[in-house]
Design a protein around this ligand. Structure first.
Ligand code: MN
Length: 333
């Protein structure tokens, strides 16, 4: 694991005003590390502006400090104008484009710090701390706070615990280290209840989500002697169920959980003309490498990419062909 670069901690320590941002379609690690660091910085008496292109997904509205998120790029402009010494920090974002349609505006802020653990990270910003051996950005924020000897309040701990526990699949994924578990234990010591958090995350779904899940799981198709599993969601399924785009989170865990499956694929028709693909792997297949072929990225076990010019059926064919090639390849010795 990499040490925190000195310029990262000193720049944050010296700053009075900080703009925080994370990736679009934020997951638990994105929102949790954003709000966790925001609270830590506020407790250090710094002014903080939390920018997100869209409101916090309803799944994460239970996080303390959600109301800090501001989706107005104009108000961000005012904040930076009023506080010309502002620095910016991007969290959990592997690619500048994923900061959203206003990423140019954000990147005008200097210095621009980047804290991320994506394996396929594409460098941007002026100061970077990228460590793909870390389970989550939440874990990195904790290390940063400890390094700066900052106080981790209950509200900060709560957000960081959500970040770490969601990005490790409840401390199950390969990226979970003894350090991850020790940090989680410290956060529990700060007052976080794992039972309460998992209740919010896993027992808090709408009926519409389950109705969408029923439709999506009925598309399950297996290939290559059941080692490759594919599910799909169409715009029509969203319309019929009344579910929201973020409701598909976690669906890919079902095909992935089949004992014979090495790679699970989820093909999503989201906005018009856009088809996104999520990949999850178990064992030896590196899906970040596959995502890279299609201009995407991610981690060894979890990656994704998107197409703007193809139908879901075309995408399915292209992805299956590529995966069949990879899965049938004999392991390199
Ligand atoms: Mn993450």
């Amino acid at each position: 694991m990499k040490k925190i670069p000195e310029d990262i901690s000193s720049t944050i320590g010296d700053a009075d005003c900080v703009v925080l941002a994370t990736h679009v379609h934020p997951d638990g690690d994105a929102v949790g590390s954003l709000l966790g660091l925001a609270q830590i910085l506020k407790d250090m008496n710094k002014k903080v502006f939390c920018y997100l292109e869209e409101p916090v997904p309803y799944l994460y509205r239970f996080l303390p400090g959600c109301e800090m998120v501001n989706t107005s790029i104009e108000e961000l402009g005012v904040f930076v104008e009023e506080n010309p010494n502002s620095i910016a920090i991007s969290l959990d974002c592997g690619d500048r484009d994923r900061l959203g349609k206003h990423h140019h505006r954000l990147l005008e802020i200097e210095p621009f710090l980047v804290i991320d653990h994506h394996r396929s990270h594409k460098n941007f910003g002026s100061h970077r701390w990228i460590d793909s051996d870390r389970s989550s950005t939440g874990e990195m924020v904790y290390e940063l706070a400890e390094h700066m000897r900052a106080v981790i309040s209950y509200r900060s701990a709560y957000n960081l615990y959500v970040a770490i526990s969601t990005d490790t699949g409840s401390f199950c994924y390969e990226s979970t280290t003894s350090r991850t578990l020790r940090i989680a234990a410290d956060l529990v010591d700060a007052g976080v209840s794992p039972d309460e958090v998992s209740g919010y995350i896993y027992n808090n779904y709408t009926l519409e989500r389950i109705q969408l899940m029923e439709k999506v799981l009925s598309t399950l198709t297996l290939y290559e002697h059941d080692t490759l599993a594919v599910i799909r969601v169409s715009r029509q399924m969203f319309e019929e169920s009344g579910a929201l785009p973020e409701d598909v989170e976690g669906f890919i865990d079902f095909p992935r959980s089949i004992n014979s499956v090495k790679v699970a694929v989820f093909i999503k028709e989201s906005r018009k003309e856009v088809v996104s693909v999520s990949l999850r792997a178990k064992g030896e297949v590196d899906v970040a490498e596959i995502a890279k072929i299609f201009g995407g990225g991610g981690h060894r076990n979890a990656a994704g990419f998107r197409f703007n010019d193809k139908s879901a059926s075309q995408v399915q064919q292209i992805v299956i062909d590529e995966l069949k090639r990879v899965i049938s390849r004999p392991p390199t010795l």
